[in-house]
Design a protein around this ligand. Structure first.
Ligand SMILES: [Zn+2]
Length: 370
């Protein structure tokens, strides 16, 4: 099997990075007109800066407000607007769903795409994957595109003003990267591009984990003061770039499958992707029977930044046996990434690991309060 590594053509990050958006686009040889798909808060925060940066670069643009959900209808509407405007570049600005929709519009029109995330809540911005939802908000399909974004530009001044819960959720998503990448690399599992993992992808995934441990708390401190510091810079890079490259070029395993299982629990639905993934990481470690020191390290990190470590903290305080069975059945459905683990996984072993994760989390809380 050939090894495959994929990444955005360019990644740019730093305070007030948006001021250089026009020149970054120009330097890549990309041209307008640009169709900007943007969420409401992205428009409010950025519209004045867009006027300047695009005028300086001589790029014309128009803004299409995003409806809030990445649906087939939203993509169709964006596609029509892009054609009407004769757009030669699609730019997404906002949260994960805006970027997913922008990527899908660009792929359908075979146009280059620029992603400008305004939060660091997941590993999606650098990827060539979009999640398409039904108008009711349920996952409909995953679309895999030929190419990763041409540019991902992250303005850390914006991230420093974003809600702490979103940055913490991004840490939860990034917490899974190293543990899932290791499973895939050691097991010779195909990554999301159908190739084997490179040593580079694995090294980046490990750096992702180490960065969380070193800079998670410092980054949160910066966010509370709405200031950019070096910890926030490193943490945003871990959540966005390292985690994105790690998951796409190495692969996923139990933690994300447990997340998918948890989406069947009504109480867990108001919790963010990265929050459910974080509980999935602890479940994966117990499923794999990892050494106590690793489990304690992950519990310690999660608790320190405020990620969930018990059932109660993901909205299912007293799960019934039948709810746990529903979660486990979804987690172990054929084709799920939990089957990348190097041993057979059954709904029964998942239920046992879920219970063990909750018990370990509760015991950790108790030990901390003594
Ligand atoms: Zn994820």
């Amino acid at each position: 099997m050939l090894k495959v590594f994929c990444a955005p053509a360019r990644y740019t990050q730093g305070p007030d990075a948006t001021r250089q958006l026009g020149s970054e686009i120009k330097n890549l040889g990309l041209e307008g007109p640009i169709l900007i798909l943007a969420g409401g808060s992205a428009v409010r925060l950025l519209e004045k800066i867009w006027v300047d940066t695009f005028a300086q670069a001589g790029l014309s643009y128009t803004v299409l407000p995003f409806s809030g959900e990445c649906t087939v209808a939203e993509i169709q509407q964006g596609r029509e607007a892009a054609v009407a405007f004769k757009a030669r570049l699609i730019l997404g600005a906002g949260g994960g769903k805006v970027l997913d929709a922008a990527r899908a519009i660009a792929a359908e029109l075979e146009l280059p795409v620029v992603n400008c995330p305004t939060v660091a809540s997941s590993d999606a911005p650098c990827s060539a994957v979009s999640v398409i939802y039904s108008p009711e908000g349920l996952v409909e399909e995953y679309r895999f595109f030929r190419r990763n974004p041409d540019l991902v530009l992250v303005d850390t001044t914006l991230i420093a003003r974003s809600p702490a819960r979103l940055l913490i959720a991004g840490m939860g998503d990034a917490l899974a990267t190293w543990f899932e990448a290791k499973v895939c690399a050691e097991g010779g599992v195909k990554n999301l591009r159908g190739g084997a993992s490179t040593r580079s992808a694995l090294a980046l995934a490990e750096l992702c984990y180490k960065t969380l441990l070193a800079d998670g708390l410092g980054a949160l401190q910066a966010l509370r003061q709405q200031q950019v510091n070096e910890s926030l810079e490193r943490l945003v890079e871990a959540n966005t770039l390292l985690s994105g490259l790690g998951f796409e070029s190495a692969g996923l395993a139990a933690a994300h499958a447990v997340h998918n299982g948890l989406t069947t629990a009504p109480g867990a639905q108001r919790y963010l992707h990265g929050e459910k993934v974080a509980f999935g990481v602890i479940t994966q470690l117990l499923l794999e029977d990892q050494p106590e020191a690793i489990v304690q390290e992950v519990l310690g990190f999660s608790k320190s930044v405020g990620l969930p470590i018990t059932f109660a903290e993901i909205g299912i305080p007293y799960p019934t046996a039948s709810l746990l069975e529903t979660i486990a059945l979804r987690t172990t459905v054929a084709g799920e990434t939990i089957h990348h683990e190097p041993f057979p996984v059954t709904p029964q072993t998942v239920i046992a690991a879920l219970r063990a994760a909750d018990a370990a989390g509760a015991a950790f809380h108790r030990a901390q309060t003594l």
